[in-house]
Ligand binder design. Sequence first.
Ligand SMILES: *Cc1c(COP(=O)(O)O)cnc(C)c1O
Length: 425
Amino acid sequence: MTFEPTLEFAAHLDAQDPLRLFRSRFHIPLTPEGQEAVYFCGNSLGLQPRTARAAAEEQFASWEKRAVEGHFLGNDPWMHYHETLAEATGRVVGAKPLEVVVMNNLTVNLHLLLLTFYRPTATRYKVLMEGGAFPSDQYALESQVTLHGLDPNDAIVELVPRPGEHTLRTEDIEATIRELGDSLATIILGGINYYTGQVFDMAAITRAGHAVGATVGFDLAHAAGNIELHLHDWDVDFACWCSYKYLNSGPGGTSGVFVHERFAHSPELPRLAGWWGHDASERFQMKKGFRPMPGAAGWQLSNSQVFPMALHRAALAVVDEAGGIPALRQKSELLTAYLEFLIKRLNLPASRLEIITPTDPAQRGCQLSILVHEGGRALFDHLVAAGIIGDWREPNVIRLAPVPLYNSFQDVQRVGQVLADWAGV
Ligand SMILES: *Cc1c(COP(=O)(O)O)cnc(C)c1O
């Protein structure tokens, strides 16, 4: 497609957009002047679906009317609430309902999964992760390794880009995996790197990891709801993600977990246990001896957090109604390509401003990360003053994420116009 920078052109793209009506299904935040903001921060906290409040109200009503009986009565008894999320969750990540469960928060789930899938021995104990991974993931891995009596400096191997490059090459990741060979216990990468927006080749990395006998997992915080995922077909061992970024389920929202079907009937797999992971048919017999449920459900500890789950369910319903991730992705590629076009059009030298997110649409999701060598913070503040909400990452990166469910081509055009005025183009 040949893009044009004009408002007319953007309006034309919006008119042709099959998802254009979905914007009205969300609350768009306003600027102090009362204008709709350009919200490009769905990679940090997705917007509120207009159906979210009613979904929570329904649970308030059930609690109000039925109290403890709400576990067993009403449209969606709380006893089984988590089960009602499995189908829609499976569609988002390319998994069978048996392979997924919604529970806890992301970092908690990362720990629970690592306790099962990172089982270091005297010779096979290394963990491979991204250099500069999201801090929570770094802390999680550091503490896991320490918990096993190992030295993080020795056990954790970090992947870094080649000198002069900003993103990782798949062939370099594969080569490192081969080099680590028998010493590699587990690979844990983001499906998308939160800083650069790079999508990793999860199928290739999983193959390479399995070839040397390692377990392979992904933190999909920036991938779930953003790009197409095929966790089952890619043969990924385990994964987890949050629901409040591209899945619009509210601050601190509940998290999703994937455990491959291969492990669905392996009660002997070590794990931390709780009553909600216990075989449902005898959960209330309160007997001694943990017997896990088949599948990912067998990693649950506590009874369902119904309120965050109700918000999540409402948000997942909007994704399904829009035609699922493939439909979102189709628009997303165009939205992000339009933003890229408008930034490249500024014609600024890389010494001033450069996009560090890959150019190849297959290697990125919604987000573009813009490295501003000087005056980055001032540019970010300038965007905020113009009603554009992106996010700032120290020391010099602005992340902008146009989200297909609620952002328009006119939003992108407005950002392009503000940038053009700033650059004096
Ligand atoms: C957003 C994000 C988190 C946040 O973790 P919580 O446990 O939900 O607070 C962790 N890791 C990555 C990669 C993230 O992008």
